[in-house]
Design a protein around this ligand. Structure first.
Ligand SMILES: C[S@@+](CC[C@H](N)C(=O)[O-])C[C@H]1O[C@@H](n2cnc3c(N)ncnc32)[C@H](O)[C@@H]1O
Length: 265
């Protein structure tokens, strides 16, 4: 162990109000803050004297290696990740970089993951209460996972009636995965199953759409969108998606009667 410290900080979906106090404290303490360029911009107003090291998309392993190396050399380092760093984020590449250093006998820094609000939770809050029962988060990106594996997970989760939070639904290079996933889900769910499509949740240009599996092809979906597909029990309440937890409702309230009316006990 070295004197340095590494915080892997989940910065939430966008709005600074959704950053935890712990995340803010980690950013304040840091001497160096690293991260994807756009995420550093997202937290820019919380940063002052820290040295910034911006990275481009696709440089996740280099980013993790650099953060661990700087902290191992004695610096206090924050590596920012959108949403929660442990959900399709930077926390696992960091721990794998730590693992490589340990395997080669090099010193490793004290490393701490600071939780954040992941996209599924941010979207769910905007949509109502779609995650009220068991749910599964699945990334549709086949960059690091073969499509056959993803398709099997989508199919089995749909068959098991999980609510589905679909991350990475498309990118500039791939658009077909979401349509294939929709086909697999339709093998187990009604076309009327509610779907929430949330783009850029808690960012200034946020977009929210409630549709259903049949209407999904007509919606615009990009790489900053997360989708929540309802389970069999998910229904619309006042235009919001609600997956009941299964409580029994209270008996229906009848018309009020005065205490001395003929029917009173
Ligand atoms: C590589 S994953 C990172 C997830 C992130 N670690 C989290 O916990 O939210 C990127 C995907 O997260 C989803 N995402 C991240 N931020 C979002 C936001 N503000 N609104 C909607 N979806 C978002 C999108 O599905 C996007 O393709």
């Amino acid at each position: 162990m070295t004197a340095g410290r590494l915080f892997v900080v989940g910065i939430g979906p966008g709005e600074l109000a959704l950053l935890t106090d712990q995340a803010r404290a980690a950013l304040r303490q840091a001497e160096v803050v690293l991260g994807y360029r756009a995420y550093l911009e997202q937290v820019a107003e919380l940063l002052g004297r820290q040295r910034l090291e911006p990275f481009e998309l696709g440089e996740e392993v280099a980013r993790a290696e650099r953060a661990v190396q700087l902290a191992a050399e004695g610096a206090t380092v924050a590596l920012v990740s959108s949403g929660d760093a442990g959900v399709f984020g930077m926390a696992s590449p960091v721990w794998e970089a730590v693992e490589r250093r340990l395997a080669s006998g090099r010193p490793v820094p004290a490393t701490e993951v600071v939780p954040g609000v992941t996209a599924a939770l941010a979207a769910a809050a905007l949509l109502g209460a779609p995650l009220g029962a068991d749910w599964a988060a699945i990334s549709l990106s086949d960059l690091l996972t073969p499509w056959e594996v993803i398709a099997r997970r989508v199919e089995l989760a749909a068959a098991a009636d999980f609510v589905l939070a679909l991350y990475n639904p498309t990118s500039s290079r791939r658009r077909w995965q979401i349509e294939r996933a929709r086909g697999l889900i339709l093998g187990h769910r009604r076309p009327e199953t509610p779907v929430g499509v949330v783009r850029r949740a808690f960012r200034p240009d946020q977009e929210l759409l409630v549709t259903n599996l049949a209407g999904l092809p007509d919606t615009s979906i990009d790489m900053t969108t997360v989708l929540i597909v309802g389970a069999a029990s998910t229904r619309l309440v006042a235009g919001r998606l609600v997956t009941p937890r299964g409580y029994r409702p209270p008996p229906a309230a009848g018309p009020e009667r005065s205490v001395d009316s003929p029917g009173s006990p």
